[in-house]
Design a protein around this ligand. Structure first.
Ligand SMILES: *[C@@H]1O[C@H](CO)[C@@H](O)[C@H](O)[C@H]1NC(C)=O
Ligand SMILES: *[C@@H]1O[C@H](CO)[C@@H](O)[C@H](O)[C@H]1NC(C)=O
Ligand SMILES: *[C@@H]1O[C@H](CO)[C@@H](O)[C@H](O)[C@H]1NC(C)=O
Ligand SMILES: *[C@@H]1O[C@H](CO)[C@@H](O)[C@H](O)[C@H]1NC(C)=O
Ligand SMILES: *[C@@H]1O[C@H](CO)[C@@H](O)[C@H](O)[C@H]1NC(C)=O
Ligand SMILES: *[C@@H]1O[C@H](CO)[C@@H](O)[C@H](O)[C@H]1NC(C)=O
Length: 691
């Protein structure tokens, strides 16, 4: 048995030799083979070191272990020398180099003509499994190699790049060295560079023409549709004659480095040589006819600093673009909606869209302003282009001093929006935009009582008739009664005065701005809660002490308003004048009636009105009548109590004339309302005072 095995081994080893001897004798000088993958051809490839043919048909020269070598040679020698010249040969192969990581791969492989089918003593790293430290450069080596180097070579000077091709004669220092590029077929001289250790299949073509001693070499990514016409290297290599012996072996050597390593694979290989007939020119491989390339398992972690900085720059740019996109989208959204809503704003039926208000008022055009004062500026708006005066709106733009106040106020507006009375200005809705609160009311065409009492008579001489005055007085009383007693909640107006009474087409009064003063009472900028809101001349005396608005303080303001309607005089002037005091002091009360009316008034109604006005101005809130009583007095349903010098006294100890003051208005209150209030906020007609 042993004998048979030994004989078989002997036979296998001797066959090539004997055939070589026979070719010599028969002068057959042609070799031709093509491996599209190496499955089933193991016997024709001699491997040493770590080189191996994988079950999937790939010839792996080295794995990615450090400091390893591998060789793979065609098992039969090739006869290249004939008549003392090197005969033509041509070879084509597809290889793949997979580095450990994209920045750290190392050493390379060669296509070699060697006198032996192995490379005994060859070393790793820069020796590429081809030579070693001792025989490098020795003329007795008889090796020719095309090196595919991925690391700057051992003896390479600094201008040689790591990714290169070299032609080596007995020596690892290349005689010819070229960076890895191919020539683009379309633009004849444009060089395209690429990486050997990309992990992608690469096609190499080597042709040697014996008669001209010219060697052509081309290398390019195998994915290209057609081979580059112009070779990377095309030059005469007479030196080859010193290398080539009678018989040579063709194959590959490869090595990894000590701390840099790549796996080297050959996917397909064809070779042909011959003197007569000349060899076929080797063709590029068709990738689809080769085994699948090895998976590129190179770790992507370690990036080349250049690549890294590029990635960082690109991510930066991407981030900026995304941010811009985000802001653009938000901006568009804001433009479309006109506003960004806070959660609490969303579920309120009376909230109107800022966009609509903006359009209705021509962008809050100054030409649309119909009033300033109160707590803001009022614009006239037309919701649609074809609007009659009846569906016009008044938009009041307020800038409150705290948004917290707005939030509570809006909750209240939701209920105020449900108030419906012929003597109230109808609140249609509201809108918050940035720091502004917009309140939308019915548009009342005739302006305010204030202008009818004062401005218009000055301009046109048209004085309000008594009937209209009395109608207005009763209307305002009726509106206030609704607020105080007839609605589901008690609503305190807080700022009853002529400029808040609007007069419609039928000369019917409508009370506006109810509850608005509340915004400022709540406002946070006036630090403590001791804020008094109202208008000088209309503020009840107890407000300076208790700072609490009540229905009685509204009644006080109504009393002043009533006296004002009858007398046509403002409640205060710059001096010590105070309307209720003045009326109280008159010996004949009817002399208080507006002199512009002449005798055109109903003296009974005027007397009742003045008396009710004085009653309402009583210093003690609990002594003032309710609005229901006021209306009964004005309608003549109830007799007005007689007002004498002692009516309304808080104590009955004094009986002098001066005490008359105290029953209604204390003189010190009157003076304090003018002189000692510290005024913290003034609009044209309103103040908020506190201390
Ligand atoms: C490789 O092996 C296959 C299958 O055994 C065979 O058909 C083919 O001819 C061989 N190729 C060469 C070049 O010997
Ligand atoms: C590389 O391998 C050779 C033999 O395989 C060994 O002699 C040498 O010490 C190794 N070098 C390193 C740096 O491991
Ligand atoms: C080889 O050279 C000899 C003379 O040196 C010549 O007779 C012969 O034809 C040549 N053979 C070939 C194949 O060129
Ligand atoms: C070259 O190699 C031969 C045989 O191995 C040896 O005898 C010779 O000394 C070497 N020459 C040099 C310069 O190393
Ligand atoms: C080598 O390349 C040159 C230039 O492209 C071409 O003219 C020549 O025919 C080529 N020789 C071989 C053997 O392919
Ligand atoms: C490669 O082979 C495939 C299938 O065998 C074929 O369809 C294709 O045309 C070939 N490509 C080239 C460039 O020969």
């Amino acid at each position: 048995m042993k004998f048979i095995v030994v004989s078989l081994l002997f036979l296998m080893l001797t066959v090539p030799v004997r055939r070589a001897q026979r070719t010599t004798t028969t002068t057959t000088t042609t070799t031709e083979f093509s491996f599209g993958g190496f499955s089933g051809n193991q016997s024709q490839i001699l491997t040493t070191g770590v080189a191996t043919i994988k079950p999937d048909g790939l010839l792996r020269l080295t794995d990615r272990n450090a400091n390893v070598t591998g060789t793979a040679f065609y098992s039969k020698p090739v006869r290249l020398l004939a008549n003392s010249t090197v005969g033509s040969f041509s070879t084509s192969f597809v290889f793949v180099i997979i580095p450990t990581s994209s920045s750290n791969g190392g050493f390379g492989f060669t296509f070699t003509l060697s006198p032996t089918p192995d490379r005994p003593g060859a070393e790793s790293a820069q020796y590429l499994g081809l030579l070693n430290e001792r025989n490098d450069g020795n003329l007795t080596n008889h090796v020719f190699a095309v090196e595919f180097d991925t690391v700057q070579g051992f003896k390479d000077v600094s201008d040689r790049s790591g990714n290169h091709i070299g032609l080596n004669f007995n020596n690892l220092a290349s005689d010819v060295q070229e960076p890895v590029v191919y020539y683009d077929n379309d633009e004849s001289d444009r060089k395209e560079d690429f990486l050997l250790q990309s992990g992608d299949p690469i096609q190499a073509l080597l042709d040697y023409d014996g008669p001209t001693q010219t060697l052509n070499f081309t290398v390019y990514p195998a994915r290209l549709k057609s081979r580059p016409v112009k070779p990377l290297i095309s030059r005469p290599v007479p030196k080859l004659l010193e290398i080539v012996q009678e018989e040579m072996y063709v194959g590959f050597t490869a090595a990894t480095g000590r701390d840099q390593s790549s796996a080297h694979y050959v996917m397909g290989w064809s070779f042909s040589s011959g003197v007569d007939p000349p060899p076929l020119v080797a063709e590029p491989f068709n990738l689809s006819e080769l085994p699948h390339p090895p998976p590129n398992t190179a770790k992507k972690t370690g990036y080349d600093p250049q690549v890294l900085s590029l990635i960082v720059a690109l991510s930066g740019v991407t981030l900026i673009l995304l941010a811009l996109l985000f802001f653009f989208v938000m901006y568009k959204k804001r433009l479309q909606q006109g506003e960004i809503l806070e959660d609490w704003e969303i579920n309120h039926p009376h909230r109107l869209r800022y966009k609509d208000l903006y359009a209705a008022t021509d962008g809050f055009n100054v030409n649309r302003i119909i009033g300033t004062g109160g707590f803001g500026t009022v614009f006239r708006g037309s919701p649609s282009s074809s609007s009659s005066s009846s569906d016009q709106i008044a938009v009041k733009k307020i800038t409150p001093n705290s948004m917290q106040g707005v939030r509570e106020f809006v909750a209240e507006i939701e209920s105020l929006g449900r108030l419906r009375h012929k003597n109230l200005v109808n609140l249609q809705g509201w809108c918050k935009h940035k720091n502004d609160l917009l309140l939308i009311y019915d548009y009342i065409p005739n302006g305010s009582l204030d202008s009818l009492l004062y401005s218009r008579p000055r301009q046109s001489g048209a004085v309000l008739s008594w009937n209209v005055r009395f109608q207005i007085a009763k209307g305002v009383a009726s509106g206030l009664l609704y607020l105080h007693e007839e609605w589901e909640k008690i609503v305190i107006h807080r700022d009853v005065k002529p400029s808040n009474v609007l007069i419609d087409d039928d000369m019917n009064p409508r009370l506006g701005d109810f509850g608005l003063a509340r915004l400022y009472e709540r406002g946070g900028s006036l630090s403590h809660t001791t804020v008094v809101v109202g208008t000088i001349g209309y503020m009840a005396p107890e407000l300076t002490r208790t700072r609490k608005s009540s229905t009685a303080s509204d009644v006080f303001a109504f009393g002043v308003l009533l006296l004002e309607i009858v007398s046509g005089r403002r409640p205060t002037d710059s001096g010590n004048f105070f309307l209720p005091d003045w009326v109280m002091e008159l010996r004949e009360i009817l002399t208080a009636v507006d002199p512009r009316l002449g005798s055109c008034y109903d003296s009974i109604e005027a007397k009742v009105s003045l008396a009710v006005g004085l009653l309402c101005c009583h210093q003690r809130p609990e002594s003032r009548p309710s609005m229901r009583m006021v209306l009964r007095y004005l309608n003549g349903d109830e007799d007005v109590p007689v007002i004498d010098d002692h009516w309304g006294y808080s104590d009955s100890s004094t009986s002098d004339l001066g005490s008359k003051f105290e029953g209604y208005v204390s003189s010190d209150r009157a003076s304090s309302s003018v002189t000692s209030f510290s005024i913290t906020r003034i609009s044209s007609t309103s103040v908020i005072s506190g201390r």
